[in-house]
Design a binder for this molecule. Structure first.
Ligand code: G1P
Length: 290
């Protein structure tokens, strides 16, 4: 039985320059998809998969994320006074409990691998989940992380969620090469971060959900720079692959890159169309627009 995954790391230090001026004074992770901040959707995915502790690697001007995952005493008092029980209950449901969140700062924009390394002491010596908050995943049944945990319960080791991507887009991602698989899981044989166009080893890209063993921190401690002169988690995983099994997992669902305008807007449409109370009205308006 592999060690349980209790903790999840959320790297939320990015500047969000692609969304200026919206992100001038507000973190990009607080942009809303329908009526929930993007980061809340990702935390929802983790908590519904059974994660107990939420570790945020933040940066300057991200304080509002910490406020978002705290009680809002004045607001709750007003809601209580006005008898808004449903709203109060919804707020309570979304909130991790006391002591279930931790925040640390990355201090310097040295890459995703560096952001993850900043969480080393908060994670400690246990396997953990890593969820990139730019990526939202819509699934019909179990969430992406919950599906990965089911696989992990059988395989242990490290699990990377992957998806098939158009050849002309591969240079924007981490790409894995795999051996013959069983079902949706494939043993990883190699990986490369942002391969030069035409050189990717497959069309399977790393999409932003990982289950990792704590030995990754020893490798990240080397602070080796890779693609874009940044410390890359993909390079550290490639080094760990020499010592530990990795499975690439083709999850069932669809991802949205909320770090791009088109992805973010598409996520809003896709998530709105799943919301019972606005679905029909929103669909009618969309039809008129298109
Ligand atoms: C990061 C990872 C990359 C992955 C991507 C998914 O890249 O380094 O391996 O494919 O997220 O969104 P970034 O988007 O931060 O450049």
């Amino acid at each position: 039985m592999p060690a349980p995954i209790r903790k999840a790391v959320f790297p939320v230090a990015g500047l969000g320059t692609r969304f200026l001026p919206a992100t001038k004074a507000m973190p990009k992770e607080m942009l809303t998809v329908v009526d929930r901040p993007v980061i809340q959707h990702v935390v929802d995915e983790a908590s519904s998969a059974g994660i107990e502790h939420f570790i945020f690697v933040t940066g300057r001007n991200k304080g509002v994320i910490e406020d978002h995952f705290d009680k809002q005493v004045e607001l709750e008092a007003v809601l209580r006074e006005r008898g808004k029980t449903a709203e109060l209950e919804a707020l309570a449901r979304d909130l991790p409990g006391p002591g279930q969140t931790s925040f640390t700062r990355q201090q310097a924009p040295l890459g995703l691998g560096h952001a993850v390394w900043c969480a080393r002491d908060l994670v400690g010596n246990e396997p953990f989940a890593l969820l990139l908050p730019d990526v939202l995943v819509q699934t019909e049944g179990k969430s992406c992380l919950a599906q990965m945990l089911e696989l992990y319960a059988k395989t242990g080791g490290n699990v990377i969620a992957v998806e098939e991507t158009d050849p002309e887009e591969l240079h924007n991602y981490g790409v894995v090469s795999v051996g013959p698989g069983a079902g949706a899981a494939f043993p990883v044989t190699g990986m490369v971060e942002k391969p030069a166009p035409g050189t990717a080893p497959s069309n399977l890209t790393i999409m932003g959900r990982y289950i990792l063993q704590p030995e990754i921190f020893d490798i990240l401690a080397g602070q080796t720079r890779g693609a874009g002169d940044e410390i890359q988690i993909t390079d550290a995983m490639l080094a760990l692959l020499a010592k530990q099994p990795f499975h690439a997992f083709k999850y069932a669902g669809r991802s949205f890159d909320c770090g791009s305008k088109v992805g973010f807007l598409t996520a809003n449409v896709a998530f709105a169309l799943k919301r019972e109370e606005i679905r029909v009205a929103f669909y009618d308006e969309l039809k008129k627009l298109i």
